[in-house]
Ligand binder design. Structure first.
Ligand code: FCB
Length: 464
């Protein structure tokens, strides 16, 4: 057996448990396209990810989600495994193209039945279901009509939200409208590295607008269909620090923060889009058509929510690209430690400071960490054990950061590790493994890694 590194061993042997508040939500997260497979089963329609994966060069290992973890056929076993790991909550996403294969109109009962069974299984196992409505698998039929850059997609989302909440709302009391609108709009519509693979500033800003609008329009619809629910949205936020104290780096950091964080946070609390970014976009002529912003939209986006979901992985150290390196001040902030397999710096302090800042600046009623985790390739040793102490240390550090944020007064009420299973990591295919549980893609065998067993004990103790 591989021995744990000294720092982890010391931590595992200490008696002092950092206790979290009673009722703290301990969970793990996944998403439909990344785990379900079964893309042709039971009347599912095609999604933009099925299409995007066929584009040559789009996915690092030329794979797709056609089989993935075959969770669609193994959900009952997966729920049993979650129960054995002591999970109190499970965040999954519903695949829109299973429910409404054409994006709107005819409901595919068999697709909805899958989630109905999943929810029943979770509830029977004492695991609280948290449903995300959109984790990036838009029905291809809606993309063919323009996708998120067109307003009709926001309207279709509200119809879809109504259908799902009506069916599951008697048992699902925690709803997340969107997962990471920054990724959907920037990676999907500006950088073109995610589906639908568009590279256009106009499509980027129009899609982000319609994503946020559809969130706001769906919130009251979900509440009405699922009485007594808590409804929120999940943003991926990156705390940013200037690489040096120079004015150029300070301004670049403000711009990054506006682009990455405030563009999504501000409208949610009724402040509209950040003025500094709007002015910059206008003066630079970034796009020429703002007609997608209609009267009343910004009010709709600010529909009151019950919580903010935050996905945190790493921080940003920002260097201006507007002054030549030689003319800028020397860097004073550098990445620390060894990065994960995504080349993301491991920086738990960023999570603590982010939580404190979001609480102070925005005052959401509650915050949940809806994703946090790390890609490490560590696989089974000769005995079959997966000694992923790098992941265990990552999770431990970030839970300590959560604890510190709570001690500082942040209303942090839950934590979902990303991810329950190794899975299809979008443009990286199966090369990056984020799971608490190892998946052998040849046999579909699941093996809880050391991090999963450690997390089980954390949950049982009420803290790391
Ligand atoms: C987040 C996504 C999730 C997964 C993790 C690593 O941006 O929400 O699906 O890809 O990153």
């Amino acid at each position: 057996m591989t021995a744990a590194p000294p720092a982890i061993r010391a931590r595992l042997m200490t008696d002092s448990v950092l206790r979290f508040p009673a009722g703290f939500v301990w969970g793990a997260a996944t998403s439909s396209y990344q785990i379900e497979g079964a893309i042709d089963a039971d009347g599912r329609g095609p999604s933009i990810w099925d299409t995007f994966c066929r584009r040559p060069g789009a996915i690092a290992d030329a794979s797709d989600g056609a089989v993935a973890c075959d969770h669609y056929h193994r959900a009952a076993d997966d729920v049993a495994m979650m129960a054995a790991l002591g999970l109190k909550a499970y965040r999954f996403s519903v695949a829109w193209p299973r429910v409404l294969p054409a994006g709107r109109g005819a409901v595919n009962a068999r697709g909805l039945d899958f989630y109905d069974r999943l929810v029943d299984q979770l509830v029977a196992a004492g695991i609280t279901p948290w449903a995300t409505l959109y984790h990036w698998d838009l029905p291809q039929a809606l993309q063919d009509e323009g996708g998120w850059p067109v307003r009709a997609t926001a309207e279709a989302f509200v119809e879809y939200a109504h259908v799902v909440a009506t069916r599951l709302g008697d048992r699902v009391k925690h709803w997340i409208t969107h997962n990471e609108p920054w990724c959907a709009s920037v990676l999907g519509h500006l950088e073109g590295v995610h589906a639908p693979g568009i590279k256009s500033p106009q499509a980027h800003l129009a899609s982000s607008h319609h994503l946020l609008l559809s969130h706001g329009l769906a919130v009251p619809v979900i509440r009405a269909a699922a009485p007594g629910s808590q409804v929120g949205i999940t943003l991926n936020l990156v705390p940013a620090e200037p690489a040096s104290p120079s004015e150029a780096d300070r301004l670049a950091t403000m711009r990054f923060d506006g682009w990455f964080n405030r563009w999504y946070l501000d409208p949610l609390v009724g402040r509209g889009y950040p003025q500094d970014l709007l002015e910059a976009y206008r003066s630079e002529g970034y796009i020429d058509d703002w007609s997608f912003v209609r009267p009343g939209d910004l009010d709709a986006m600010a529909a009151p929510t019950d919580f903010l979901g935050i996905n945190y992985y790493t921080r940003g150290i920002i260097r201006s690209d507007r002054v030549p390196e030689a003319e800028n001040a020397p860097r004073t902030v550098e990445r620390v430690g060894v990065p994960t397999d995504m080349d993301w710096e491991v920086y738990p302090e960023g999570l603590r400071s982010l939580l404190v800042r979001v609480h102070q600046d925005y005052g959401f009623k509650a915050i949940h960490i809806t994703e946090n985790g790390a890609a490490y390739a560590t696989g089974p040793d000769a005995s079959g054990r997966v000694a992923d102490h790098d992941r265990l240390a990552y999770l431990d550090g970030h839970l300590q950061a959560c604890h510190a944020a709570i001690a500082a007064g942040v209303p942090l009420a839950g934590y979902f590790a990303w991810s329950l299973l190794d899975n299809f990591e979008w443009a990286y295919g199966y090369e990056k493994r984020f799971g608490l549980v190892w998946v052998d893609y040849e046999t579909q065998a699941r093996t809880p890694k050391d991090s999963a067993l450690w997390y089980r004990d954390v949950i049982a103790r009420g803290g790391p």
